[in-house]
Ligand binder design. Structure first.
Ligand SMILES: *[C@@H]1O[C@H](CO)[C@@H](O)[C@H](O)[C@H]1NC(C)=O
Ligand SMILES: *[C@@H]1O[C@H](CO)[C@@H](O)[C@H](O)[C@H]1NC(C)=O
Length: 189
């Protein structure tokens, strides 16, 4: 036999995979990652603080909706807040700002303070300026250490996946200030 069966099937595999690569319809094509300039995947660790006025003349969090029964729920079930917090490199309000954390939070549990959170971290400094990281997950806001998934990103953070560890660094309800600490671990190219 001129060609062994193994060689033949290898040949067939290469033939079909190369036709897959050039297969193209009028709206879709299959690319190699290098064609988009995607080379090595990086793992970046970001560490920062969110500063949040929860009361006062310039609150960073506002209630935009709630159910008729929300005030009777010990867990604010049915409430929806919108958040716009400065992202700071340190825990003090005066430390350098590197972006904004903009979010929608829905109090989604009848039995504890579990919040459905969608957060865009929008960076405004250095090589991350203009890039975003998107977080979507369940936030048990009164648990010491919370973990939320990173589900995507833009700019530097295209193809982002990862997770966030967050905790409440400081809370003074009388003064209306909460400071949150964030550790973001994100894979991207
Ligand atoms: C709320 O944040 C603003 C800055 O965005 C700050 O000027 C103000 O003092 C803060 N209010 C409180 C009560 O911390
Ligand atoms: C970030 O990018 C914006 C838009 O391109 C630009 O106006 C701004 O000066 C940049 N900020 C920094 C700190 O580089």
């Amino acid at each position: 036999m001129a060609m062994s069966l193994a060689k033949l099937s290898l040949f067939a595999m290469l033939f079909f995979s190369s036709t897959l690569l050039i297969a193209k319809s009028d709206y879709a094509e299959i690319l190699l990652p290098e064609e988009l300039g995607l080379k090595t995947r990086k793992l970046t660790h970001l560490h920062f603080y969110l500063h949040e006025n929860i009361t006062g003349p310039f609150p960073n969090v506002i209630r935009v909706a709630q159910a008729e029964t929300t005030d009777k729920s010990p867990f604010s079930f049915g409430a929806v807040n919108v958040v716009d917090d400065p992202i700071l490199v340190g825990p003090d309000r005066s430390s350098k700002q590197i972006g904004r954390a903009q979010a929608v939070m829905a109090f989604a549990s009848q039995n504890d303070f579990a919040v459905l959170m969608a957060i865009n971290l929008a960076f405004t400094e250095g090589k991350y300026n203009g890039s975003t990281v998107t977080i979507l997950g369940r936030n048990m806001v009164f648990t010491e250490l919370r973990e939320l998934p990173v589900v995507g990103g833009s700019g530097v953070f295209r193809f982002a996946t990862g997770y966030v560890k967050t905790s409440t660094h400081f809370m003074d309800l009388k003064a209306g200030i909460v400071v949150l600490e964030y550790d973001v671990y994100v894979f991207h190219f």
